[in-house]
Design a protein around this ligand. Sequence first.
Ligand SMILES: Cc1cc2nc3c(=O)[nH]c(=O)nc-3n(C[C@H](O)[C@H](O)[C@H](O)COP(=O)(O)OP(=O)(O)OC[C@H]3O[C@@H](n4cnc5c(N)ncnc54)[C@H](O)[C@@H]3O)c2cc1C
Length: 219
Amino acid sequence: MKRKLTLNKVKVLRQKEIAPGVFVLSFLRPWDFSAGQVLGIGAHATDEARLYSIASGELDDEVDILYNINPEGKLTPWLAKVVTGDSIWVSEPFGSFTGSGEPAWWIASGTGIAPFRAMFRTGLTAGKKLIHGGRDLSSFYFSDDFTEVLKDNYVRCCSRETAAGIYSGRITHYLSGLNELPAGEKYYLCGSAEMVVEVRDILIAKGVPFDNIISEIYF
Ligand SMILES: Cc1cc2nc3c(=O)[nH]c(=O)nc-3n(C[C@H](O)[C@H](O)[C@H](O)COP(=O)(O)OP(=O)(O)OC[C@H]3O[C@@H](n4cnc5c(N)ncnc54)[C@H](O)[C@@H]3O)c2cc1C
């Protein structure tokens, strides 16, 4: 998605490829933000920014961005080549897909895990269930951290590969197979439009009130 935002220059601290074509880019945190918010990134001051969720915690010194390369895209093939000391242009954070300390379900596909990593690192883990869907076993970014803290409340759904301890199938299949979903809890959905729409329908069919479903669609 492209947006006209005011962009300011920041220096890249580091960039790491954490899975094939998937990167975590970090820079020093220049502002405060709420876990779950997004920012715009451009290659130049006047670019139409693409939006990215902040994937680090509110008190972390560094801002992490988790993204995958879109080979046909304008920004991400360029972004994947930046190295320590290079400049990128970023907006201030904004957005209302923000976490809270209340019990909730965090449901993500692919890089849609990013805002939940921010909420996780901010310490909003009490009463949370995290469901992450990915195509292959390398898609479960930050899984060591999530496993250690969330234990059985962290479910990985893998659609193309199988492994012990990982649900074999898509998120939608996993959720459809659950007998009961707590209707009073909030459900945060983040990722592709396809996943968000399908999951929303399943939740509503299982009795979750529409108002308890909060979505962030990546497009
Ligand atoms: C709220 C929000 C949060 C997001 N957070 C994340 C995140 O944390 N991580 C993440 O990886 N992504 C995130 N995204 C997606 C991200 O903003 C970008 O869309 C994505 O990274 C692709 O950017 P790009 O510049 O490489 O591709 P783009 O240049 O935007 O291209 C995307 C697609 O559009 C097509 N396209 C581009 N220009 C044209 C044109 N002129 N005519 C026809 N087709 C065209 C391209 O072929 C390509 O397939 C988020 C999106 C939103 C809305």
